[in-house]
Write a protein that binds this ligand. Sequence first.
Ligand code: CTP
Length: 398
Amino acid sequence: MNGNSITIIIGGGIAAYKSLELIRLFKKAGARVRAVLTRAGAEFVTPLSVSALTGEPVFEDLFNLDDEAKMGHIQLSRAADLIIVAPATADLMAKMANGLANDLATTLLLATDTPVLIAPAMNVRMWEHIATKRNLATLRADGIMTVGPDEGDMACGEFGFGRMAEPDAIFEAAKAALGVPGPLDGKYIVVTSGPTHEPIDPVRYIANRSSGRQGAAIAEALARRGAQVSYITGPVSIPAPKGVDVIKVETAAQMFDAVNNSLPADVTIFAAAVADWRVDGAGASKIKKQKGELPTFTFAENPDILASISALPKKQRPKLVIGFAAETDHVLENARAKKKRKNCDWLLANDVSGDVMGGTNNQITLISDSGEESWPMMSKNDVANRLAEKIMKALTTP
Ligand code: CTP
């Protein structure tokens, strides 16, 4: 990022401390960073720590002659290649959406013609409030870019969407916004995710507890690093990852077709919890209850998508075929056997006997031909980032 100049506006939220790490990432990458601290932001991080990291004076006050002498606010609004608002509080978003300009940060945002990226951070109820949704829609329509928020435990003790995106995710989003080529530029990756629904009749189906969170996080982590990603997902209720091509399917058979239609690819990652069986002969009419009679179903086996892609001839086979092993018992033993059976390059084993399925954390053991490595329990976003880094290395080492 040598030669890039970033202005970061730090709003007043508990996530402000993460903005210090963000500044560090930009500086390490060679960018120039100027920081604006709102009055509320200064309650959470000190001007001194911000200034020590940027190596520049910190701008705080619209009416401060010293600040204006360092750089006029209009100039400051134009001096960057990208303005980042992190954390973007509900209040800052509301002001931006309505064009208010009653302090240095908002005046700068109204006076600028520079691209703006916001990293929202707030309590889950505030994030889900209709007013915030309206403001977000306005900001997006105005061309403001967003990254996050993530789902997880919040400082206020609640759980849900509203946690600010992690600094590395904001950093990658900023690079994409600046057009800095990502390490996975030119790579095409297919990711399957979520459950499949296998119909019993037109109104009933068999499903599983997969939320699709891990697959979505992986797809987004790869896209942020510049990969072109096809994200083939079964029915889920989580938002689609940003920057990917979304292909929605319902059944395992449709997922199988969608994967095959997406090839050739450099990498394929099978994070979906695919149903092993479908109801044979599921019909077009609803099964009616018959007094004293219980329905019986016969099952047919679904295609094993991962195994079929692993078995492709070398010329058509992706360079890296990655599967998951969701296990409840004898996790490693079963996963090792699964890797052999499915013949994939890497297998990410996870224990789903607890609340991993549907939850936000995951504990992975990566099994490859060169050995096994066990990762600590971490968020699904962190698993995604770690996997993306490993894929980058694998694709760049001969
Ligand atoms: N998978 C697939 N197609 C299927 C079944 C599974 O592509 N029909 C992939 C999953 O996406 C995952 C891996 O295979 O990457 C292992 O899935 P898992 O459900 O753990 O294994 P199963 O093959 O279903 O084996 P078992 O039910 O015996 O554990």
